[in-house]
Design a protein around this ligand. Structure first.
Ligand SMILES: Nc1nc2c(ncn2[C@@H]2O[C@H](COP(=O)(O)OP(=O)(O)OP(=O)(O)O)[C@@H](O)[C@H]2O)c(=O)[nH]1
Ligand SMILES: [Mg+2]
Length: 434
């Protein structure tokens, strides 16, 4: 009997021991995860500073319109304008600037109220995965900016899981309303159909596509006013299957914000005239009706070789854009979009968002608010922007072949941009003209 109860006591002691071990393990793993806080550049870590930082993070007032994923549960990063002085964290733009070569860890200093934005279908998941991987590796893993995904159909679980796992910032998923992805009531459906049939016969790329037209109109006039996008001031557009070839050492959003830039590009080229035969007529009408929206120091010289009589078809390639959402939401841009939209060319022709954005930027922004990011090396089929200058390419650890750089070739408009802005072309440009 005594031996039997000793056995029970032993069992109870073993059970206690096992429980104690379990408790210890789970408590210490908690302690470990609590200790891995992502540094957020906020030198003061007092409660007040933390509260301010949270207050300056994106408001959640529009979350109802989309699905938000934040598996990382990261602390808020202070925004420009929060209780942090950007001057304490100067942008290291060149190899001589302190901190330029430090690409490790999360970057200290403030963040701009900005997001990446991607319009995509569920079927684009693996193509956008490639793009995200590159954007994260070359830049965002150190900055953790959010990423907004937009779709005219609900995103499926695979899309959300894959993209959320790849993005270092918060991810948000928005469903586009029918009013932003469909035919407006003033469009004559029969006429639009005939145009598509005709373009199909003439083999104009995407000429017979309805969805491509909705996409172009959406990117021209609506992406920046989606409820999820209303939470931000700047955007960086990313498309499926794009590539980034060089390390990005500084925060381009901060560069835009601190230098008063509203629109930026890396590639420019000529548009197919068959897709926009009457776009310039429509723009001319807008200019006449709204002279108040035309900037004095505009870039008409980039768009026209005869002082505005005709369009030379030059545009910034909008599959890459870093820009100001406030500008796109301004009365000037909305008046412009609505005027063009009423003329029907998104459906009666096949106006692309690239010439629509570019013409707006060139006419309604002063020249110095448009920026060419020479140091962001980029590919979207079939064109490459690979920075001119061997020193720059090696400093930024670029892996693009400079022979593929499109900037100075005949079909690019970047030379014209340089001329209009009185900029000096980088050394070695002559070697890349063909
Ligand atoms: N949700 C959704 N997204 C679309 C649709 N069509 C295009 N997109 C997205 O809109 C963007 C532009 O479309 P693309 O097909 O890349 O157009 P493009 O760049 O002119 O042509 P490509 O040379 O084929 O890349 C991409 O981010 C696409 O994923 C669509 O019908 N629905
Ligand atoms: Mg594309």
């Amino acid at each position: 009997m005594a031996a039997g109860s000793a056995r029970y006591v032993r069992y109870i002691l073993i059970a206690f021991f096992v429980l104690a071990v379990f408790y210890f393990i789970s408590d210490s793993s908690n302690a470990i995860s609590q200790n891995i806080t992502i540094p957020h550049g906020n030198k003061g870590t007092d409660d007040h500073a933390h509260k301010d930082a949270v207050l300056n993070n994106q408001p959640n007032s529009h979350d109802a319109a989309g699905d938000t994923h934040n598996t990382k549960n990261k602390p808020a990063i202070p925004k420009v304008g929060a209780n942090i002085d950007p001057a304490e964290y100067p942008l290291a733009m060149t190899p001589n600037d302190p901190g330029f070569h430090d690409l490790s860890g999360i970057k200290g200093g403030p963040r701009v109220n900005a997001t990446f934005v991607t319009l995509a279908r569920n079927s684009d998941v693996w193509e956008i995965a490639k793009s995200i991987r590159q954007v994260e590796d070359r830049f965002n893993r150190r900055y953790n900016y959010d990423w907004v995904f937009l779709n005219d159909q609900p995103f499926d679980d695979t899309f959300k899981k894959v993209t959320t796992s790849l993005c270092s910032g918060k991810t948000h998923y928005g469903l586009i309303g029918e009013e932003h992805w469909g035919f407006p009531d003033f469009i004559d459906q029969e006429k639009a159909k005939k145009v598509r049939e005709d373009m199909k016969e003439r083999k104009i790329i995407y000429g017979d596509s309805v969805s491509y037209r909705h996409m172009c109109r959406f990117e021209s006039g609506f992406f920046f006013r989606q409820p999820l996008m209303m939470n931000y001031e700047y955007y960086w557009r990313v498309e499926p299957s794009v590539e980034l070839f060089c390390d990005i050492h500084y925060d381009p959003f901060r560069f835009m914000h601190e230098n008063g830039k509203k629109y930026s590009f890396v590639l420019s080229l000529y548009e197919y005239i068959e897709t926009i035969p009457t776009l310039w007529d429509s723009v001319t009408k807008f200019m006449k009706n709204h002279p108040e929206h035309i900037a004095e120091d505009n870039s008409m010289g980039f768009l026209s070789d005869d002082g505005g009589k005709t369009y030379n078809k030059c545009h910034f390639w909008s599959n890459f854009e870093i820009g100001s959402l406030s500008w796109l939401r301004s009365k000037a841009y909305i008046d412009y979009f609505e005027s063009l939209d009423r003329d029907g060319g998104f459906f009666y022709e096949r106006w692309g968002d690239a010439p629509v954005h570019s013409i707006a930027a060139a006419l309604m922004l002063p020249k110095d608010q448009i920026h060419f990011f020479n140091d962001i090396a980029y590919y979207h089929v079939p064109f490459t922007h690979c920075p001119t200058g061997e020193k720059l390419r090696t400093d930024l650890k670029c892996h693009c072949d400079p022979k593929n750089n499109f900037d100075w070739k005949g079909y690019s408009c970047t030379s014209r941009y340089f001329e209009v802005n009185g900029l000096e072309k980088p050394e070695g440009w002559q070697d890349q003209t063909d």
